[in-house]
Design a binder for this molecule. Structure first.
Ligand SMILES: [Fe+2]
Length: 431
């Protein structure tokens, strides 16, 4: 792990050597510059770039001809994983593609739970050998990230680590990439980063580049109907955490705020229903849109200490990412409270809370209460632990979590400076 660096707004514990950042000349915020805390003050600088076309409709997977014609190629290689294949989702998508006149030149179904470096190379070789002109990814974040990284090698050749480590190393658009998310959480369908695990050196590598943004993200809620309740709750809480951390983060802008607020409203409305009844297409749709909007928001405004703690929970205690975020989101809101209470007060009504007659501080507390209430509802459904002890964290591991949050790349972006000793008492409250 390179310490001297900056976080690139990815969903993992990543830093990238700052010397390798090829930022265009003239951009002021080479290092994060806190944007004003007061909501009505405009930031001095921000950028927003999201060229991925997003389409949404239940069942749209079988009606993609017009969109695919716009991209203009006919030979696609499919990347997914075995569980998604076994659920019949790969066939569902390829049937839709073939009915739109697309030829499937081959498939790679060996993506593992983490996107792994070795798989990227094998996958890219298979794509090239198949004669494909573009890539289709069907799955969650690991599948989509594998497809993004494989597209670098497929389009440009070379060695991923040797030639593309760092940020913004690509100089031109890659071959077309069409993604079909089958979970509602990571937002990888609209983020510019591929996170790849180097199992030999046991580190996660980030490849942030605007040319990794997919050409088309197909949001078809029918592809998420089979997601089990625990996965639904955990990935949904990941999406909510992306949105809340992006909204209160120091690089938030009016545009990232708009996406964050939209995502938060949708999660609060639909997550319990989607968890309770997996076949509720409207709730599934709401969550899929929420995850994508949250992805756009945190891809621009970054995440904070909740993700820092969650990354450590995952690395040391194997707590699933969304579960750790779900337990610790109110913890992070409390730790940052003095810095973010104006924005939390604005979030409370978005979360369905009545704040009439309340002062700013009381309204802000209502936002935290709303998140805790959501967690308790998911807990009552047996879909989400609400304490770290129930997620397999040992009591003597709490200091490790606080230290990990301090050393995580996300600490650059947390509204309140992350100090392990100061954070620890807040974490204890969630043990
Ligand atoms: Fe996340």
């Amino acid at each position: 792990m390179i310490i001297q660096g900056r976080h690139i707004g990815v969903d993992a514990r990543i830093t990238v050597c700052y010397k390798k950042l090829n930022r265009p000349a003239g951009l002021k915020n080479f290092y994060p510059t806190p944007n004003p805390k007061e909501y009505d003050m405009l930031p001095e600088f921000f950028e927003f770039f999201n060229p991925t076309k997003v389409i949404y409709q239940a069942g749209v997977t079988s009606d993609l001809k017009p969109e695919l014609e716009l991209i203009g190629i006919t030979r696609y290689f499919v990347i997914s994983d075995q569980p998604i294949h076994d659920l019949g989702l790969v066939k569902r998508v390829t049937d839709g593609l073939e009915s739109a006149g697309i030829e499937i030149t081959g498939m790679y179904l060996d993506v593992t739970q983490d996107a792994v470096l070795n798989n990227v190379k094998k996958c890219a070789d298979a794509i090239s050998a198949s004669g494909a002109e573009g890539i289709v990814a069907i799955g969650g974040g690991s599948v989509i990230d594998t497809a993004k990284a494989a597209n670098i090698l497929f389009s440009e050749g070379g060695d991923l680590v040797e030639d593309y480590s760092g940020a913004n190393m690509l100089t031109r658009p890659l071959k077309p990439l069409v993604v079909f998310p089958t979970t509602a959480g990571t937002g990888s369908e609209v983020t510019k980063v591929a996170v790849i695990y180097d199992s030999e050196n046991k580190e996660k590598l980030a490849f942030p580049d605007k040319y990794l943004l997919p050409n088309l993200a197909v949001l078809d809620p029918e592809l998420t109907l089979s997601l089990p309740p625990k996965m639904t709750a955990a990935t949904g809480m990941d999406a909510l955490t992306h949105a809340v951390e992006a909204y209160v983060g120091i690089e938030a802008s009016p545009i990232s705020d708009a996406f964050a607020i939209g995502a938060i409203e949708l999660v609060m409305k639909h997550l319990v229903a989607a968890t309770e009844n997996g076949n509720d297409v409207e709730a599934r749709g709401g969550m899929l849109i929420a995850a994508t909007m949250a992805g756009i928001s945190f891809s621009h405004s970054m995440c904070g200490c909740v993700h820092g703690m969650a990354h450590t929970c995952g690395a040391h205690f194997r707590v699933p990412h969304g579960v750790a975020n779900g337990i610790l989101l109110p913890c992070g809101m409390e730790y940052n409270f003095e810095e973010i209470k104006e924005k939390l007060a604005r979030l409370a009504p978005v979360m369905g809370e009545d704040i009439s007659g309340l002062d700013e501080e009381a309204a802000a507390r209502k936002a935290i209460a709303a998140v805790r209430n959501l967690i308790d509802n998911l807990n009552r459904l047996g879909a989400l632990p609400n304490r770290l002890r129930d997620a397999g964290v040992p009591e003597d591991g709490l200091e490790t979590i606080a230290e990990g949050a301090l050393n995580d790349g996300t600490s650059f972006y947390n509204p309140r400076p992350v100090e392990a000793e100061e954070l620890l008492p807040y974490i204890r409250n969630y043990y």
